[in-house]
Design a protein around this ligand. Structure first.
Ligand code: AVJ
Length: 322
């Protein structure tokens, strides 16, 4: 008998992650990192301008107001690595100050090529800045930066926007420990974290009346339609934002308004959804100041400064690698 077995074509990382998340027993999930294709990155940029979404403007105010105070508290960095740069609009305020002291090599690490390109344009006219972008996972990119940075010159790592909030609290500490492993004493980390605030304010920030956040969330399914030939009917899903008091986080879900089966050929998968069942797409944890300091200490940092926005509770914490 002649038999032939063809090896299954290897699935892309996207396809593998989609398969794993949607075939979970119980709560189905999709990773939030896949929000940021070209359309998703553009929608996120719109979110940062929404009156209800105060995070980005708070981060911007903190950098505008305190860039010099911040710069004076750390050894002038020769290399600045940023984990997730987005448009680079906020980071620019800090880089403008830093390049006044010395030339800087700026290394944004970003899985969205679209965001990386926008960030490059944002920095184009900054003389004394060398732009070296990494289209990579955060830790992969940071390891590459760590491999070439001169060890006698300080490194500054930026983790802005409160992206840390996408991790669970314990994953967040594990992540900071990994970041710390790519740093040496004398290096610094600037970490942004969105703080706890009234629940109705948070719900509006993640479910704005213009429906931009809803479009951002649903675009994840549209992306799977585009890239994995899936047949999600977007009209049969509804954006939901919930606050978990227990976990102190916003959760975004996509709720199936009907019983339906979706096929995703690119992931070799068919998914049955009940009416009212959700796909969990993102968590955004909210913090208090003492717990940020605790997280810093647990992951091998000393705190050298903390700035809190007055309008929208949001904190920038400067941490020194010990
Ligand atoms: C970019 C991860 C910080 O969690 O607030 C905005 C993403 N999601 N609106 C956040 C987001 C819904 C954002 N981060």
């Amino acid at each position: 008998m002649l038999t032939t077995t063809l090896a299954a074509p290897s699935l892309s990382e996207l396809a593998q992650d989609v398969r794993a998340g949607l075939s979970k027993p119980g709560q189905k999930e999709l990773p939030c990192r896949y929000f940021y294709d070209e359309i998703g990155s553009a929608l996120f940029e719109v979110i940062t301008h929404l009156p209800e979404y105060g995070l980005s403007r708070a981060g911007e105010r903190l950098l505008r107001k305190h860039a010099s105070a911040l710069a004076s508290r750390l050894p002038a960095p020769a290399v600045v690595a940023e984990l997730g740069c987005g448009s680079g609009k906020n980071t620019r305020w800090l880089l403008e100050t830093l390049v006044q002291n010395r030339p800087v090599t700026y290394c944004p690490i970003e899985i969205s090529g679209a965001a990386l390109a926008a960030c490059k344009r944002q920095m184009d006219d900054l003389d004394s800045l060398t732009f070296l972008g990494f289209e990579r996972e955060y830790l992969e990119g940071l390891a590459e930066v760590a491999a070439f940075r001169p060890t006698h010159e300080p490194l500054l790592v930026l983790f802005l926007g409160s992206t840390i909030g996408n991790f669970s609290r314990s994953e967040g500490v594990q992540f900071l420990k990994q970041v710390r492993r790519n740093m040496i004493p004398g290096d610094s980390l600037l970490l942004a974290a969105d703080l706890e605030k009234p629940v109705r304010q948070l719900l509006l920030a993640y479910d704005d009346p213009r429906g931009v956040t809803a479009a951002f969330n649903v675009n994840l399914l549209a992306r799977l339609n585009r890239e994995l030939e899936a047949d999600f009917r977007l009209d049969l899903f509804r954006h939901v934002a919930r606050y978990s008091r227990e976990e102190r986080r916003i959760e975004m879900h996509l709720l199936s308004t009907a019983e339906q089966t979706v096929t995703i050929p690119g992931a070799g998968l068919a998914v049955a959804l009940k009416q009212g069942e959700t796909i969990w797409t993102e968590s955004s944890h909210k913090y208090n100041l003492p717990e940020i300091l605790r997280m810093a200490h647990q992951s091998g940092f000393r705190c050298d400064g903390q700035w809190v926005d007055e309008e929208w509770p949001f904190a920038h914490t400067l941490m020194a690698a010990e």
